[in-house]
Ligand binder design. Structure first.
Ligand code: KIV
Ligand code: NA
Length: 260
């Protein structure tokens, strides 16, 4: 039996950090799951890292559903969560429910993530969780709002903005969110929020004091051309792939056998 939203809560209660990553397709999702990652997110960042767009805005519900089905086949243990894409949930709790229900019915993901706080998204989170759909919140730098935010910059820097983030996180938790992603906010603030909330915080560019961490797998593995500055490269797959393909190409061009 794989992990549930309750397993994540237990990890927080035992002060055991939650390990989370994004997944985009079957083969790598299977490796990540077998390596013991606790939560896998089919994030709308795949718009950029897998589909080549320049933001998360263009990816469609149908495209994300397709990736979720592929990832689902590779994942047994991790809690599997899907991002609701831009434009598919903001209008009303009803719109969010229709979209989220498609993800659960058609792909087998166990929960959805949506960006934003009060008042509107708090109401939506309450509607979804009361309807049986677990929701992961997402506050701070919310990339779907890049044009409203004026770029991908640190959020919650003033005392007033920090206060507002804390209120929103508490409101999302009150509405039933099972955890909340905190993206690109001051590290102290993320620590304070993690201490105040009973639900786990999962940070990205938010420092080490969160209850868990998430990264975009392509950034972690060195597949992204320009990863964000807060990502420590754990591998350089671009170089590894280029080198392997280079050797293969040399063998082919030299008429050398490349069969074992
Ligand atoms: O889409 C994504 O990859 C995300 C995470 C990095 C939190 O939303
Ligand atoms: Na996302």
């Amino acid at each position: 039996m794989g992990l549930s939203i309750h397993s994540l809560r237990k990890l927080k209660e035992r002060a055991q950090p939650i390990v989370a990553l994004t997944a985009t397709e079957y083969a790598i999702a299977h490796i990540l799951d077998q390596a013991g990652v606790d939560l896998l997110l089919v994030g709308d960042s795949l718009s950029m890292v897998a589909l080549g767009y320049t933001s998360t805005l263009p990816v469609t519900v149908d495209e994300l559903l397709h990736h979720c089905r592929a990832v689902r086949r590779g994942v047994e243990r991790a809690l599997l969560v899907a991002d609701l894409p831009f434009g598919s949930y903001e209008q009303s709790p009803q719109q969010a429910f229709s979209t989220a229900a498609r993800f659960l019915k058609e792909t087998g993901v166990q929960a959805v993530k949506l960006e934003g706080g009060y008042p509107r998204m708090v109401e939506t989170v309450a509607f979804l969780t009361e309807s049986g759909i677990p929701v992961l919140g997402h506050l701070g730098l919310t990339p779907q709002a890049v044009h409203q935010l004026g770029g991908y910059r640190v959020q919650g820097k003033t005392a007033q903005a920090a206060e507002r983030l804390i209120d929103q996180a508490l409101a999302l938790a009150g509405a039933g969110a099972f955890a909340v992603v905190l993206e690109h906010i001051p590290h102290d603030l993320a620590g304070e929020m993690s201490a105040k909330l009973l639900i786990p915080t999962i940070g990205i560019g938010a420092g080490p004091h969160c209850d868990g961490q998430i990264l975009v797998t392509h950034d972690l593995l060195g597949l992204t051309e320009k990863p964000p500055p807060f990502v420590k490269p754990y591998a350089d797959l671009r170089a590894l792939i280029a080198e392997a393909v280079g050797r293969y190409g040399a063998d082919v061009r030299a008429h050398r056998s490349f069969e074992e």
